[in-house]
Design a protein around this ligand. Sequence first.
Ligand SMILES: NC(=O)c1ccc[n+]([C@@H]2O[C@H](COP(=O)([O-])OP(=O)(O)OC[C@H]3O[C@@H](n4cnc5c(N)ncnc54)[C@H](O)[C@@H]3O)[C@@H](O)[C@H]2O)c1
Length: 427
Amino acid sequence: MRAVVVALGKMGLPLATYIARAGHEVVGCDVDAATVERVNAGRSPFPGEAGLDDALAAAVADGRLSASTDTTAAVAAGPDLVVAVAPLYVDERAEPDWSIVDDVCVAIGRGLRAGTTVSLETTVPVGTTRQRVAPALEAASGLSAGTDFDVVFSPERVSSGVVFRDLDTYPKLVGGLDAAGERRGVELYERFIAAEVRAMGSAEAAELTKLAETTYRDLNIAYANELARYADTLGVDVEAVIAAANSQPYSHVHRPGVAVGGHCIPVYPHFLLGGDPAARLPRVAREVNGAMPAYAVDLLEHELGSLDGLAILILGVAYRGGVKELAFSGAAALRDELRARGARPLAADPLYSPSELRAAGYEPWDGEAAVAGAIVQTDHDSYRSLRPGDVGGATVVVDGRGVLDLDAFHAGGVRVQRIGRPGTMRS
Ligand SMILES: NC(=O)c1ccc[n+]([C@@H]2O[C@H](COP(=O)([O-])OP(=O)(O)OC[C@H]3O[C@@H](n4cnc5c(N)ncnc54)[C@H](O)[C@@H]3O)[C@@H](O)[C@H]2O)c1
């Protein structure tokens, strides 16, 4: 099989490499010339993806994988499959900015030949494949979808860092515009995906499945957060409650936390609501989770009194541990909430330099300046070994991710409050 993968980001490059590793000929396309140059040199442009460096170097060395900035030319060579996994960015209110997806459709459409199947993997609102992508490909190619070429939707369901493992494990969902196109899409994916490839019956069913599984997580976390707030008033340890509730097979309550960040979980419920404005649960879950940073500040204020004029340290600006990504990070909401209460928020993160923190709108903490309190926003591994002397003399730390070594902090006389663990506050 010959394949083209458009957009060599954290999803696209591992996917292109995975297809090549299965023995197929792959051209990866990206608008970023530096990315293309690195890939052609057999080197990944980003770190931290398990198995990628070796597999990429091997695939490039034996000629199965190459990269190009010219998507139209790569598609014009007539591959069996074109996979588009460009990002769909959203604004602060999660409204999609279609410019990249539209550009990618034009670039693919201009090169499209009869017989090729185009698969969209980018997470999108339901209806996008049929109502936006297929018409754009038809307009740019002069060909007819379903007759000359096929279009399917196959959501990217993997997590960055473990893409190969997830592609090997999770069923690959494929939904088409019609039965024949879907069958062809399934057959192409079966040539390289180790896991089950599942026909979904329509592009819309595949699109909705991706929104269903991600929105489920937002709803579930919102429920855990509500339990945590209630547990705080009861003096009950919510983590023990959740572990116990989940000890029978019908309960799968997630963990509470200071924020739900990233470009997926806080965003996709809005895609669902955009299609079904009458839905209530996703809206309420967004409200509950969106209120958690302010709740963490409440916990701090409860211990310290007024925060007016106090320096408060935010530990971690990345939206989750080990990932250098700021999209919808809870750190921004914490910073704004602290400022609104008159505090002076400072920020530190092992993945960001002081100038990167400043560029992202944070006042960097120099590692020395005294602070009154701190809030752990990110579950970075290194925070597990933080000691009381590492937090600027803070007397209270709200551990928004449950990562601190409580015994060490208590022994050092620093009070730690976890969300939903009222007993942790003893000094
Ligand atoms: N990152 C994740 O954990 C994750 C998980 C599941 C699904 N997804 C899906 O994958 C999509 C892509 O995410 P990502 O993390 O790979 O993004 P990324 O930010 O890592 O990479 C995006 C790439 O797209 C390239 N690009 C931009 N415009 C382009 C164009 N017109 N033509 C070709 N390339 C272009 C950029 O240069 C960059 O290399 C997301 O929008 C989402 O739908 C991501």
